[in-house]
Design a protein around this ligand. Structure first.
Ligand code: HEM
Ligand code: HEM
Length: 235
């Protein structure tokens, strides 16, 4: 067990961070230098503010995707919103700042928000992830065009959501210990890696996701800002 703790908790995080940052910089640099011709196909958003508003609605509401496929949007959008809120809540594992200090909330209020918000979002993310997976397996036309990667990313997320929800609803883990772990991880102070196997498994799969991030489907996260800005730009 100690070997796993050492690998997952002390060595892998450094490799993950390097691969994620170097991989993303490489991608962004290539996109930045890619030649872009005049691709205006329809009237542009004209002003900077309209361009900003259009990209914002694309990123927050997936507006053009909603017009294209409303049925799928009903699964995809709640899936992404719940993931976003879960990640926002996870900032608490590193620092108390955004919720407690930033908004001036008491510890009890933050715990209540975390229990209800984390609980609801965890279940919504899990259900919508299962629906997206069922769509890939269950609809013949979608199955035909799905690759191993399409299944793989959803299954990886499914396991992250399952282990996260298991901690939220059944086992729990002391937040103070995780905060202490992250506080010391990138310093010279001695680091105490969490012993809980569920925390380690959850953390391992998240690190696999982050390592994979610059190489495949998850690139749609930075990519959406590029592509939508290009399409709405005034050429
Ligand atoms: C700026 C943030 C993001 C935007 C605008 C965005 C947008 C989209 C859109 C439009 C789709 C296509 C719809 C579909 O195939 O279901 C999609 C798919 C997907 N997104 Fe995102 N996304 C974002 C962030 C994320 C993040 C942070 C994750 C997970 C870590 C994620 C995971 C996925 C997955 C797994 C799919 C494929 C769903 C499937 O196979 O059915 N996305 N995203
Ligand atoms: C640095 C990476 C991460 C660590 C150390 C971590 C750790 C944890 C811990 C300790 C909990 C339990 C909270 C509690 O019992 O109160 C938890 C819950 C959860 N985690 Fe993570 N997690 C990480 C990233 C992620 C990511 C990227 C996702 C989703 C893609 C995720 C999904 C969840 C879910 C759904 C829950 C249950 C609901 C909630 O408490 O928000 N985690 N995580």
């Amino acid at each position: 067990m100690q070997v796993f703790e050492l690998i997952i908790g002390k060595l892998l995080p450094y490799a993950t961070l390097v691969i994620l940052i170097v991989g993303l910089l490489y991608r962004l640099n290539r996109w930045q230098r890619a030649a872009v011709g005049n691709i205006a196909l329809y009237p542009s958003a004209a002003t900077r503010w309209r361009l900003f508003g259009k990209v914002l609605s694309e990123v927050t509401l997936f507006s053009s995707f909603r017009q294209e496929n409303q049925a799928l949007w009903k699964r995809t959008w709640p899936f992404h919103v719940s993931l976003f809120l879960i990640l926002l809540g996870h900032t608490r594992l590193i620092t108390d700042w955004p919720l407690r200090v930033g908004l001036g909330l008491s510890e009890g209020t933050v715990n209540a928000i975390s229990a209800w918000g984390g609980g609801i979002c965890g279940v919504v993310a899990l259900m919508t992830c299962l629906l997206l997976l069922a769509r890939r397996f269950g609809i013949q036309r979608v199955r035909e065009i799905s690759t191993g990667e399409d299944y793989g990313v959803l299954i990886l997320l499914l396991f992250i959501l399952l282990t996260g929800n298991a901690m939220r609803f059944f086992t729990h883990y002391d937040i103070a210990e995780i905060q202490q772990y992250f506080r010391t991880l990138f310093s010279t102070a001695p680091t105490q890696v969490p012993h809980d196997p569920l925390v380690l498994l959850h953390f391992l799969m998240v690190q696999l996701l982050l390592i994979y991030f610059p190489f495949g489907k998850f690139l749609h996260v930075p990519g959406v800002f590029y592509s939508k800005t290009l399409l709405a730009k005034d050429y």
